[in-house]
Design a protein around this ligand. Sequence first.
Ligand SMILES: Cc1ncc(COP(=O)(O)O)c(C=O)c1O
Length: 335
Amino acid sequence: VHELDLPTPALVIDAARFEANLATMADAHPGPRLRPHVKAHKCTALAREQAHRGHRGFTCATPLEVVGMARAGLGVDLLLANETVDPDRLRAMAEAPDAIVTVAVDSDATVEAAAAAGIRHVLIDVDIGLPRCGCRVDDAGRLADLARAKGMDVRGVMGYEGHLMMVLDRVEQRAKVAACVDKLMVAHAAVGGPVISGGGTGTYDLHDRLTEVQAGSYALMDTHYAKLGLPFGQALSILGTVISSSADWAVADVGLKSLGMDHGNPSMEGYAVRFCSDEHVTFTRLDDGAALPKVGDRVRVWPAHVDPTMALHERAHLVRDGDVIETWAIDLRGW
Ligand SMILES: Cc1ncc(COP(=O)(O)O)c(C=O)c1O
């Protein structure tokens, strides 16, 4: 099947760019130095490609991602880099088949819930500046002691400097990231264990003190991350069909129900996107751009945020030179 014959909106992955992205990252962080984040794609088939490049441990954001990865035979070393107190989901992770599961904890309540559900391994999640999850640096040792007292193996620490991913000045970014990792190292000195985990696509090359980097977006990329000029190409786009047009604008069937919009409008080469509504993107000509397409023509839309875009689709088509060579289920959606 040619990509232009797919029913639209169709999520497509450019195989050449995707493979180049995986190769570039595997060069920078070979094998266990990268723990790819599956939240970026929610797709076990894609994760299998990352495992084939040597990364056998994965980062997850939801219990369902952990359990789904285990069921797919990708459970060598799964980290839930997120907090939960849900006893059923914790137990499902503890009992996930053929899997080693480690869960992030940042409070007495999360330690106690993990222990009660039979979770065997934890990481102490440390607040290193992003006001989201993570304990205070000076509380990390106490939480580690509590977890050990409850019989769990404390593998080390994690901290995610998500607030620094988009710092455009690299000198400034490097200094700010170093200050965050300083905090994580202080926590690690109190916690112990072999693992120091953190980082993302925007800071992937600024980490020599972490034992592993949790990048996810690098595999597919989006227009937001493209602004950083990283050596990863945009592999993910959505094909749409023009369903209406006027003298001044045209409309394709790629709306906010097929696009993660929290980083703003998508982009279209040669056109200016005016706005998206549920099932529509309205776009206009650029002054020096091409004429507007006709009803029935196919157009390509580049999403601004990869993670929520993937989560809106049931499948993604891997495309080489226009031909669909594989179709992957996005099978880790939900919680
Ligand atoms: C805990 C955690 N680690 C790592 C990442 C890295 O993701 P990305 O590669 O998209 O920067 C994220 C993304 O939000 C995250 O939440």
